[in-house]
Design a protein around this ligand. Structure first.
Ligand code: CO
Length: 132
């Protein structure tokens, strides 16, 4: 299973790109607001994978609360899958807890679904559909 991206919670996308771009190379994608999640995101290519930087739009968003509690850092791990619904079903059928019971549309217009960190040894796991 290919790692699609690693999500990193930051206070400022501009500050994060200023640090990461010269080291990783390339440029972050134009920032995109994902209103349903209360975040603004940008993606930076890293080989066959990406880094996703997440800046909260509101302090009471999931990422806002994450920053408040734990500070900046790695927020989630995303796997690219052919079928997000199937990936979620697979977690469920193996006794894992889900955050999303069904797939929804996330950043970049891609289908996404999250599984609970309690079921993945403290790691918030995202499944993301292939790009169209
Ligand atoms: Co993500």
């Amino acid at each position: 299973m290919q790692v699609d991206h690693l999500g990193i919670a930051v206070r400022s996308l501009a500050d994060a790109l200023g640090r990461y771009e010269p080291v990783v190379g390339g440029h972050g994608s134009p920032p995109e607001n994902v209103e349903s999640q209360g975040v603004r995101v940008t993606f930076l290519e890293a080989g066959e994978s990406h880094l996703e930087f997440l800046e909260p739009l509101r302090p009471d968003s999931a990422v806002g609360r994450f920053l408040e509690k734990r500070g900046e850092g790695i927020h989630h791990l995303a796997f690219r899958v052919p079928d997000v619904a199937k990936a979620l079903d697979n977690v469920r059928s193996h006794g894992g807890r889900l955050i999303d019971e069904a797939p929804r549309i996330g950043a970049r217009g891609r289908t996404v679904g999250f599984a609970h960190p309690a079921s993945f040894h403290g790691v918030l796991v995202e499944f993301v559909g292939a790009p169209k």
